[in-house]
Design a protein around this ligand. Structure first.
Ligand SMILES: Nc1ncnc2c1ncn2[C@@H]1O[C@H](COP(=O)(O)OP(=O)(O)O)[C@@H](O)[C@H]1O
Ligand SMILES: [Mg+2]
Length: 508
């Protein structure tokens, strides 16, 4: 292999390494170290250009976080950055472009130096300069120039990526948190007092990292709430790791949660556990009621000591993890039976969120149904509506599978829809039986929710009629048997605007 060839393959290796470094400081260290080595230079420095202030900034030394700032209009690195050209100087103190002030500041004595612009070849932007100082033997030659130039071109791309990622994670972290948090919370639909209270709670705890236990039947939105808690918290830019405890065989739980050390057994690869993967972020333990007592004891230890012990490992690894857990089992009953540890329970349940069954929040059914309808229509490019009669039927049924069942119901209705308005007759016979209330309602069914339910239905009917009449108030009022003023009053009450039919006036 020729020498140039050898050096180019070294560059390739450096580039591969660069792409895996996401932290700007670490990236600059890596590139500088490799460049110095490759070019047989005593030192290498990377300067980033701040065009607004016409300054170059650089780290004082490898591994240090202290920053030096220079005037970009003076000195060789500045010349390379501002002219976007290579500058090769064999005798620094006899070159008028050389700025001895930097040597004075750093206490270094420069003999010769080579500087190239850090230019992203894709968009041509110069982000700084790359400089190597004091060739070990002689001075830098034309081949060195080529090598440094190709290294610089690659670094420029990696630096821009690391920079934008760094900016997103640090400077804009709060902005991101804001956007993501709202996004996560807004995906939870519901006007009922129960859902609204849950949303308020998520909002109230966004600055704290308390452990939250989310209980509720299957399909009530426990996963959704766990994500909303994470993405609206201070940990939102760190990992959200979800683990379904019920899906893990007993023999794998430990290695999955805590990881495996090298050399535990032949054929077993070392692995990072989920606690470590979630470090700084959130670990969501779903179906926590299915954990064995042994696994519970181990988790309790992590929560108490804030360290994990890998399988076969000798040292404990510190972790900082917020635990969200979910269960559709009644954990109080499990504790009484002796299958769930009470001490762990209180650690997990610093805050408790109980998701209501869909039959307890019937007034949200039309809202949810229309939400899923819109989603399905968007995906399938169809334009469909649900008739007031089918909505009423949906509000009356028991939904043992909760919101998930409703969602699936809408999916299949959309898939089979033959007309623009989906009506009761579109329900297949087996769906009707599924949807019919299985037990007679207790006489003491809460009247508040009936009132809300009726209001929601009224709102839906108005929306329907407005759509059908092309937002004509007079025709709508007539169709609904109302006076025009009566309709206007109701539009106000439901915060509906007849010009732009807001289906979800209160929530969107
Ligand atoms: N309040 C809600 N608003 C919007 N979608 C919901 C709501 N509750 C549940 N869903 C949807 O229903 C499905 C089941 O929810 P999920 O969180 O997986 O329930 P669980 O974890 O309690 O079984 C998901 O597709 C979820 O997006
Ligand atoms: Mg779930």
């Amino acid at each position: 292999m020729s020498r140039l060839h050898e050096r180019l393959s070294a560059i390739l290796t450096i580039c591969q390494q660069m792409n895996s470094v996401r932290d700007l400081g670490a990236l600059l260290d890596l590139v500088a170290r490799e460049a110095a080595h490759l070019l047989e230079a005593d030192r290498a420095s990377i300067f980033l250009l701040d065009r607004d202030k016409m300054e170059l900034w650089s780290k004082v030394a490898l591994g240090s976080d202290d920053i030096l700032r220079f005037d970009a209009r003076k000195g060789i690195a500045g010349a390379a950055a501002l002219t976007a050209k290579t500058v090769n100087v064999s005798d620094a103190y006899n070159d008028p472009r050389f700025n001895p002030a930097i040597d004075t500041q750093t206490g270094y004595r420069t003999r010769n130096l080579l500087a190239v612009p850090l230019q992203n070849l894709i968009d041509g932007e110069v982000v700084g300069a790359f400089e190597v100082l004091n060739k070990k033997h002689g001075s830098f030659d034309a081949e060195d120039e080529e090598v440094l130039k190709s290294l610089a071109a690659q670094s420029a791309v990696a630096i821009q990526t690391a920079r934008s990622i760094g900016e997103l994670t640090k400077e804009n972290a709060s902005l991101w948190r804001e956007v993501e948090g709202q996004f996560a919370r807004h995906r939870i639909i519901g006007n009922s007092p129960k859902i609204q209270a849950i949303l308020q709670l998520i909002e109230r705890v966004r600055d704290s990292s308390v452990n939250v236990l989310i209980s509720g039947e299957s399909g009530t939105g426990k996963d959704l709430v766990a994500k909303a808690l994470h993405y609206s918290s201070l940990r939102s830019r760190r990992p959200f790791v979800a683990l379904n405890c019920a899906a893990l065989p007993e023999s794998l739980i430990e290695s999955e949660l805590f990881g495996i050390e090298k050399g535990v057994a032949t054929g077993v690869n070392p692995r990072m556990g989920q606690f470590q993967a979630a470090d700084g972020g959130t670990l969501f333990l779903d179906e926590i009621g299915d954990l064995s007592l042994t696994a519970q004891a181990k988790i309790l230890r992590v929560l108490e000591a804030k360290v994990v012990d890998r399988v076969g490992g000798r040292t404990s690894i510190p972790v900082d993890v917020r635990i969200l857990s979910a269960s559709n089992k009644d954990l109080d009953a499990e504790i009484k039976k002796g299958t769930f540890r009470e001490d762990l329970y209180y650690r997990l349940k610093v805050l408790h969120i109980h998701m209501p069954a869909l039959r307890e929040i019937r007034e949200d059914i039309p809202l949810l149904a229309n939400h899923f309808l819109m989603e399905c229509c968007r995906d399938s490019g169809k334009q469909l509506d649900l008739s007031p009669a089918i909505l009423q039927r949906m509000m009356g049924s028991d939904w043992p599978g909760n919101v998930r069942q409703l969602q699936n119901q809408i999916k299949s209705l959309v898939a089979c829809a033959r007309k623009r308005v989906i009506g009761e007759e579109d329900l297949l016979p087996e769906r009707v039986t599924q949807m019919t209330a299985r037990e007679p309602k207790p006489a003491s069914a809460p009247s508040v929710s009936l009132k809300n339910a009726v209001a929601e239905l009224e709102r839906q009917m108005i929306v329907e009629a407005l759509r059908a009449t092309g937002n004509n108030q007079l025709k709508t009022a007539k169709a609904l048997g109302l006076s025009r003023q009566g309709l206007i009053n109701k539009l106000k009450r439901y915060r509906l605007n007849s010009n732009e039919t807001h289906l979800f006036g209160a929530t969107s």
